[in-house]
Write a protein that binds this ligand. Structure first.
Ligand code: R5P
Length: 294
């Protein structure tokens, strides 16, 4: 059987290492650089004619990544690749999923539309599906969601005695409720009001029934970390134990990681959808296992 060629444009070492160990894949060679005027140069050095290929690119900080990625995908197609897929462990722009104020664009739709024009399929991990309930509402190519919950459950079970799971807003309920069921832990879902990028208000958790449990804050994304920071401030005021913070995607804009630790997170744990020193939960096996079944 002809191997699928995997190209990694931006460093995603854990996933690439996992592909290297799997006999169904080979790692392709691609050269990406900028001309002095910052225009992008792409050269695919592996033979892709007639082959299935896939790109691995986590799409955090996607504004810098998207053009090189699209150029690479188009180059592969022009060189005769018979299938061009994309594994984007983190899928960007999903939070702008409606027009919140007059004049705004629904960039979740625009971004999905762009990707749909360049790739034959997409696989991603727990995208921020909220008002858009399924990726097929915005993608015109097959778009598959892989879930991180089993691996998060495993991490919690092996590291925390008596966890109390806390979701900081209603959007987190879809993950927190399932993780709570599977770990058989109690959970609370708080209310969030976001007044601006850095201005977030979180409702007070009712935690008096669980004085000895370790609070675990769970969210899909940490960006500015304000959501988790405001929740930790409540826990401190209520004299609760300091929490462990778990996110599927740790974006950590600016100093968010340091600020979150400074506020009192005893540990920050993320999945390796976006490479970061907080990655403790490896999803490469889950992703490759899914691909092997398709
Ligand atoms: C949005 O509702 C998401 O689920 C997260 O709660 C949000 O992206 C976290 O953002 P930040 O870290 O900037 O508070």
């Amino acid at each position: 059987m002809m191997k699928t060629t995997v190209f990694s444009l931006f460093d995603h070492a854990p996933l690439i290492e996992a592909f290297k160990k799997n006999n169904n894949y080979e790692i392709g060679k691609i050269l990406l650089r900028q001309f002095p005027d910052e225009e992008i140069y792409v050269k695919i050095e592996s033979d892709v004619k007639g082959r299935k290929i896939l790109f691995v690119a986590s799409l955090d900080r996607s504004n810098d990544k998207i053009l090189p990625l699209l150029f690479a995908a188009k180059t592969a197609r022009d060189l005769g690749a018979k299938e061009v897929g994309l594994i984007a462990p983190y899928l960007a722009y999903m939070r702008q999923d409606k027009q919140f104020h007059p004049g705004e664009g629904v960039t979740a739709r625009y971004f999905a539309n762009i990707l749909s024009n360049y790739f034959d399929w997409l696989v991603t991990v727990d995208p921020h599906l909220h008002r858009i309930q399924s990726l097929q509402e915005v993608f015109s190519i097959p778009a598959t969601v892989i879930h991180a919950t089993d691996e998060i459950v495993h991490w919690i079970k092996t590291h925390i005695n008596c966890p109390l799971l806390i979701g900081p807003d209603r959007e987190s309920k879809q993950w927190v409720e399932q993780i709570a069921n599977d770990t058989q832990a109690p959970f609370l879902i708080l209310e969030k009001k976001r007044r601006g990028d850095q201005d977030v208000e979180i409702s007070l958790p009712e935690i008096h029934s669980y004085p000895n449990c370790t609070p675990i804050l769970i969210d899909d994304i940490i960006s500015t970390a304000k959501t988790m920071i405001e929740t930790i401030k409540h826990l401190k005021n209520l004299k609760m134990k300091l929490p462990v913070c778990i996110a599927i995607h740790g974006i950590f804009a600016g100093n968010a990681y340091e600020e979150l630790l400074k506020t009192g997170a005893v540990e920050i744990i993320t999945c390796n959808t976006i490479p970061h020193s907080s990655n403790r939960i490896d999803l490469s096996g889950t992703i490759i296992e899914y691909l092997s079944k398709t």
